[in-house]
Write a protein that binds this ligand. Structure first.
Ligand code: ATP
Ligand code: MG
Ligand code: MG
Length: 554
């Protein structure tokens, strides 16, 4: 009954708890390769592993899978730690696969001695050609039965860097006719004479993923090693490598797979995101258009919105494409509760109140957030000359138009009821000023009969002389296609949305001067916005997180 609500991953754990493991044995890990910044797909894996840690009160290690010095950097290690902490999770121990290089090497030497691994001195092309096909067996390498002593000696040369890069590899001796291509004598080590971000030039050989991952799980005594589905065929090899070192008084880690999560209108692959950065399509890994955790943070996403998103899509066994509108829904939900409402005009036209006294400023009380009793209120300046949005006015309008038009009334938010009277136009016929009159008895919250009068529309506005010019960055989807990287003939870069960023000047109520980077507000009737990290008190920059409503046109 209670088990009904468990997902398949939790079922695996519960089954193990009733057979092999005590609850205190449970241990998980999140294993990023530090070759880029974490993205929204990683958030699913983070929420899964750290979520299990919280549920079972079990430790979760952060393990950097750092076995490829050609692609990995300290910058990425630091960014990954920042992002996981920002999401609100705590790892038990910070580990590195590179911590295990000596142990892995010692085990590899033992495998050679046991006749289960050999040094192959062919080119990678020759090795690939001998692999065969899934329906026909591979061909043995001419070095497969090389004397153990010779393999030991060459492996040592590889390790010391006296052998040239690419001259040899170490291969496991398994089965060249296995139905699983990964079992056909997989490569365990290659030579790489590159400096590693942690081990420097100590190591000239680097272990491959399959040889590293399960053994690292074993060293850390991880009970459940969850990875994405493409590793399903690797499970057999994971187990074969474990068999070589396993001692039965220890925990035997178990690899299980779940479906990768993909998000629409973007790409979730570090390699592809790196191209966007390198080719200057975006300003960096934390560009607000990037689906990276740091990009989403800069875009105005909250940790709760990302965790809620990940939890709501859950874990699955089949890969699918999650529409980005689902992510946007989660940030609207969160910010609706948390973000103060403010008034900013993005496309201003001047509104003159003919019967309002010249030179007078009145400070109106404005509620910060009707969804949050504790949010309080602020004062907003009101005067004769205001800005409203250009598209909030039409000279003539039908009955369904609830904004301002000539002869009709609307309320100015937190202020008065006004009536459109006339317009001033330039030589081309563009409206340069709208003139109106106000009803002095209709002030919001004053309790008068006139203030209770129902009018169809309410507009946001700012006082022209008090308005604070702010830079507003309007972001849109980075790709025009829902699934840009699944086309057969076209590169995903061909689907970049040329209009993913528009920079404009907005006119804000003066209270916004106090905001600091990462502060989030709702521009009333427009959307949620966040103060950018490059913002200063003299030049304020807002990023649009998301419009108030989903208005994406396909
Ligand atoms: P990328 O292709 O972006 O480099 P990766 O899987 O190679 O992805 P890792 O750093 O190895 O990246 O990922 C760390 C963990 O996050 C792995 O367990 C991986 O399976 C998981 N992960 C990565 N991408 C996704 C995704 N889109 N959905 C769910 N889990 C993911
Ligand atoms: Mg990986
Ligand atoms: Mg990768």
């Amino acid at each position: 009954e209670e088990k009904e609500s468990l997902n398949f991953i939790e079922h695996i754990i519960e089954d193990d708890l009733s057979s092999t493991h005590g609850i205190d044995d449970l241990r998980f890990r999140f294993p990023p390769e530090p070759n880029g910044y974490l993205h929204i797909g990683h958030a699913s894996s983070i929420c899964l592993n750290f979520g299990l840690g919280l549920k079972y009160d079990a430790p979760v290690n952060l393990r950097f899978d750092d076995t490829n010095p050609a692609k990995e950097e300290q910058e990425f290690v630091d960014a990954i730690k920042t992002d996981i902490e920002w999401l609100g999770f705590k790892w038990a121990e910070e580990r590195y696969a590179s911590d295990y290089f000596q142990q892995l090497y010692d085990w590899a030497v033992q495998l050679i001695k046991d006749g289960k691994a050999y040094v192959d001195s062919q080119t990678s092309i020759a090795i690939a050609e001998q692999k065969g096909t899934p329906t026909s067996p591979g061909t043995n390498s001419p070095f497969r039965n090389r004397p153990i002593e010779e393999s030991l000696e060459l492996f040592e040369q590889m390790k010391n860097g006296t052998a040239a890069e690419g001259a040899h590899v170490l291969r496991a001796k398994i089965d060249m006719s296995s139905g699983n291509m990964l079992m056909r004598d997989p490569v365990m080590y290659r030579s790489l004479h590159k400096s590693h971000h942690r081990t420097g030039t100590d190591w000239k050989i680097f272990p491959m993923y399959d040889w590293t991952h399960g053994e690292s799980d074993y060293i850390e005594q991880v009970t459940h090693s969850f990875c994405t589905l493409e590793f399903l065929p690797h499970r057999e090899l994971y187990n074969w490598f474990l068999d070589q070192v396993y001692s039965n008084d220890k925990i035997r880690p178990k690899q299980r797979e779940f479906a990768r999560r993909n998000l629409s209108h973007t790409v979730v692959s570090k390699r592809k995101l790196a191209r966007l950065v390198e080719e200057g399509v975006v300003t960096g890994w934390d560009d607000p258009r990037m689906p990276t955790i740091s990009g989403l943070r800069r875009r105005g996403y909250t940790p709760a919105s990302i965790r809620n998103f990940a939890d709501s899509i859950g874990v699955g066994k089949r890969e699918n494409l999650i529409d980005v509108s689902h992510l946007e829904y989660n940030i609207r939900e969160d910010l609706n509760k948390k973000a103060d409402r403010v008034m900013v005009v993005l496309d201003p036209v001047k509104l003159v109140i003919d019967n309002y006294p010249e030179g007078e400023t009145e400070w109106l009380e404005a509620e910060n957030n009707q969804e949050d009793e504790n949010a309080g209120s602020r004062q907003v300046p009101f005067s004769k000359n205001l800005f409203i949005e250009r598209n909030d006015f039409k000279e003539e309008a039908n009955r369904k138009y609830f904004r301002l038009s000539l002869g009709r009334e609307v309320r100015l938010k937190n202020g008065y009821i006004i009536k459109g009277e006339s317009v001033v136009k330039d030589a081309e016929g563009n409206i340069t000023e709208i003139h109106c009159t106000y009803d002095p008895d209709s002030k919001s919250g004053s309790g008068t009969e006139a203030s209770m009068r129902k009018v169809k529309g309410t507009l946001h506005w700012v006082s022209a002389e008090h308005a604070l010019p702010v830079e507003v960055r309007l972001y849109d989807r980075l790709f025009t296609e829902a699934s840009p990287d699944t086309h057969k003939e076209k590169d995903f870069m061909e689907f970049i949305n040329p209009n993913s960023l528009e920079v404009i000047t907005g006119y804000a109520e003066p209270s916004l001067k106090e905001l600091r980077p990462e502060d989030k507000v709702q521009f009333q009737r427009l959307g949620y916005f966040v103060v950018d990290k490059d913002s200063t008190s003299n030049s304020i920059i807002f990023n649009r997180t998301v419009p108030l409503r989903d208005s994406w046109k396909k």
